[in-house]
Design a protein around this ligand. Structure first.
Ligand SMILES: O=C(O)CCC(=O)C(=O)O
Length: 386
């Protein structure tokens, strides 16, 4: 069975017409921003300055056609395995076939559940209270499960294909151009927004640490790459308020109150085809609606920081336990970059692999093999959440 089996559209009840108009207007505005296209380089081999200008202006950019058909097929095959191995219900130790379920032996926060079309974080104190307003929770169909997994952290331990995407040389070149040659990982995730089931992620800004820092700027809290397996639409994708990453900490409750609706008038959807990869500044005001559409949205999410934003900073809470991120922890967590590059080199031998400058300088080398795969169990205990 393909994970893409069709589902029927769920509506927003009395809000349906307003949602449809919002989606249509948002899409039009998004496509006029001038922040999309293939990853391009200038004559010196640097990421093209026009791309960086548009990214810093808007707070997001859509890189088109980054992942080819074979790579997408590999990700889809891994996704299928992951879905089959999920606990058959929340807190179950086994999957639908009675086998030990995915992640039951993980200590790190790994599987995130929600009621169908719910908003598990909005209007709660969870995640340092960063999602102050609840989104609309449309009524799901009667025959849906009580809860579904919509987010998997530490996802690279479950998918070689996602690991290889992480090692994509053009994406890593973008990471270096935005966060510096010594960029570091943050967290990795799969967002799974199943049609008629997928939860919303209420409006929020991601950062928790540097808002009041003297050195705060528009890039202090890094970015997320969002690789799209099936593409994303206004109905199932992430929405962003362009330019909001420059504004500092936003009073989100006040913004929603002033708008009189969670359909924030300045927000636009990230629109992608299968194989496009968006980059989104974590300081932008962003969120996503419950997936009432008939289309799957599966995002391979790869977070990335500036080393200077992390080194010797004490933080944590949502993705990992509170800790001071010293150089040893950063080096250990950064192994994933080395493994990803090597896994990709083995699978795509005709591609020129990315050279990660910190490993070139330190002489660290990372061979992707079975022992390395085993060593990734629970690797996200060392996530670098700020
Ligand atoms: O993919 C989504 O729906 C939400 C993503 C998000 O909020 C994030 O990556 O910070």
């Amino acid at each position: 069975m393909s994970v893409r089996e069709a589902a029927s559209e769920i509506d927003y009840g009395p809000e349906s017409a307003a949602m449809a108009a919002y989606f249509a207007q948002g899409e039009k505005k998004a496509l006029a921003l001038g922040n999309r296209g293939p990853i391009r380089y200038d004559g010196l081999g640097n990421i093209h300055p026009d791309i960086l200008e548009a990214y810093w202006r808007c707070g997001f950019y859509v890189f088109e056609d980054v992942l080819g058909a074979n790579e997408l097929a590999d990700i889809e095959a891994d996704l299928q395995q992951i879905l089959e191995r999920l606990p058959r219900e929340k807190d179950a130790a086994v999957d639908a076939q009675g086998r030990p379920a995915l992640a039951v032996d993980c200590q790190a926060p790994t599987l995130f559940w929600s009621k169908p079309l719910g908003d598990p974080f909005g209007g709660t104190d969870l995640a340092n209270g960063r999602h102050p307003v609840k989104m609309i929770e449309p009524q799901a169909a009667a025959d849906t499960p009580d809860e579904v997994v919509y987010l998997i952290l530490g996802s690279l331990q479950f998918s070689d294909a996602c690991l290889r995407t992480y090692g994509h040389p053009d994406l890593l070149a973008v990471a270096a151009a935005v966060n510096g040659d010594d960029f570091v990982p943050f967290t990795d995730a799969l967002f799974i927004k199943e049609p008629g089931l997928g939860a919303s992620v209420a409006w929020h800004q991601d950062g928790t640490t540097h808002w009041d820092s003297e050195t705060w700027d528009q890039g202090s809290h890094g970015f997320n790459f969002m690789g799209q397996l099936y593409g994303c639409t206004p109905a199932n994708g992430v929405w962003v308020v362009p330019g909001s990453h420059k504004l500092g900490k936003i009073d989100i409750a006040a913004v929603v109150a002033e708008a009189g609706t969670e359909r924030l008038p300045d927000a636009v959807p990230i629109i992608c085809k299968p194989g496009d990869v968006a980059i989104t500044n974590r300081q932008t005001l962003h969120g996503s609606f419950a997936n009432t559409s008939p289309d799957w949205r599966v995002t391979v999410n790869m977070g990335c920081h500036r080393r200077a934003s992390i080194l010797d900073v004490e933080a944590g809470g949502l993705h990992n336990r509170r800790a001071v991120y010293d150089a040893d922890r950063i080096r250990e967590r950064s192994r994933i970059i080395g493994y990803a590059i090597d896994a990709r080199r083995q699978h795509f031998p005709d591609e020129t692999p990315f050279v990660y400058k910190p490993f070139e300088a330190s002489g660290d080398s990372h061979a992707w093999d079975e022992a390395a795969r085993q060593s990734l169990h629970d690797y996200n205990l060392l996530d670098l959440s700020i």
